[in-house]
Write a protein that binds this ligand. Structure first.
Ligand code: HEC
Length: 113
């Protein structure tokens, strides 16, 4: 009995450094610069679009909201529209030409209902 217990504590002790290493690796995912720098669609929308499209609507022309827009049919169509929009909507080339930012914003716009 006493021997079994001793063996168990030995196994746990030798496994501890491995467990610590795994924990550090997992935690590193959350603090890596990549995770911090990843563009956030909601923030991009709030900073660049929400002034006219609050809540996914359109305060300038309520008949043309972002939510449910045909311009969201594909990311390519969305990019095309942002580069060459219609009416009073201003082009947003900085967003449209950055694939990661465009993708994040596109995904967020698709969630608007
Ligand atoms: C200065 C106000 C303004 C800002 C800022 C703005 N928009 Fe617009 N947006 C408009 C107006 C006005 C229209 C309607 C254009 C028209 O008359 O065809 C429009 C239309 C759209 C449409 C097409 C809606 C439809 O189906 O006809 C989409 C999609 C859109 N905007 C997305 C965005 C996104 C994404 C951003 C941020 C990058 C943005 N807009 C920023 C004013 C704005």
């Amino acid at each position: 009995m006493k021997n079994d217990f001793y063996e168990l504590t030995t196994i746990i002790r030798s496994a501890a450094p491995v467990a610590l290493l795994i924990a550090i690796t997992v935690l590193a995912q959350f603090v890596s610069p990549k995770a911090v720098a990843a563009p956030n669609g909601e923030q991009i929308f709030k900073g660049n679009c929400a002034s006219c499209h609050a809540g996914g609507g359109n305060i300038v022309d309520p008949k043309k909201p972002v939510k449910g827009s045909a311009k969201l049919a594909s990311v390519d169509k969305f990019k095309e529209y942002l580069l060459k929009p219609s009416g009073a909507m201003q082009p947003a080339p900085k967003i449209a030409n950055d694939a990661q930012t465009l993708d994040a914003l596109y995904k967020y716009c698709k969630t608007l209902k």
